[in-house]
Design a protein around this ligand. Structure first.
Ligand code: GRF
Length: 219
């Protein structure tokens, strides 16, 4: 009788010694408001997207932010940290508690500072509702951005995901997507069109960063 055939391993098999299980890249999301972009990330993770990253926590600087409710509904640990001095330290502590590898600012209105910025340099991204460098900077958020775009007579607007640095809305651009500005647009209708693209771009950017992080960590 001949010997049984040796077990065959495909390099892509989950049982192959070439692909040991790796822990998911852990994501902290910061949001101040409705959290529709947070929801886009939650939904993408449920679909098996985000490059295998997992949302491990959500923090908000507004106690009534609907983003906190969305987190609870999704079973994600969520925390409220009041605005003002010490906010960045508290967020950093929470990020460490949640073992966050990357941080995504999805509609977070407070301006973050050190030590948080340095601790997550290169691993923290922000979503902005215009084509940066246009219409960025302090005070440029939500309706103010879309009003400024219309007042300037722009025919194209869009959204940007960029690295967070200590200069507001000025870090390296990771992704941008444009939308047309229509003659009949109001700040609300333009905002809605931009929001649709934001939901796509934030998930794509998260996946890029997760993959980058896995490479960096050798996972
Ligand atoms: C988005 O337009 C984002 O670009 C801006 O704040 C808004 C947040 O929307 N920074 P939501 O809370 O995710 O619905």
């Amino acid at each position: 009788m001949s010997d049984p055939a040796p077990p065959s391993f495909s390099p892509l098999s989950p049982f192959s010694p070439l692909s040991p299980p790796s822990p998911p890249v852990s994501i902290l999301v910061l949001a101040s408001g409705n959290g529709s972009n947070l929801q886009a990330l939650i939904d993408e993770e449920k679909r098996g997207g985000l490059g295998g990253g997992a949302i491990a926590g959500v923090a908000s600087d507004r106690s009534g932010a609907y983003a906190l409710e969305r987190s609870r509904q999704a079973g994600i640990p969520a925390c409220f940290f009041p605005r003002g001095p010490g906010l960045s330290e508290r967020v950093l502590r929470f990020a460490r508690e949640r073992s966050a590898d990357i941080i995504i600012l999805a509609g977070f209105l407070s301006i973050l500072e050190n030590p948080l910025i340095d601790a997550y340099a290169g691993w923290m991204i922000n979503l902005h509702p215009s084509l940066l460098p246009k219409f960025g900077g302090k005070g440029m958020h939500g309706g103010a951005v879309h009003r400024a775009v219309l007042a300037a007579g722009e025919t194209v607007s869009g959204c940007t995901v960029h690295a967070v640095t200590s200069a507001v809305d000025s870090g390296a651009v990771l992704l941008q997507r444009s939308v047309p500005v229509l003659p009949e647009d109001t700040p609300e209708s333009l905002g809605l069109r931009v929001r649709g693209e934001e939901h796509r771009i934030i998930a794509e950017a998260a996946e890029l960063l997760v993959r980058q992080r896995r490479l960096y960590a050798g996972r």
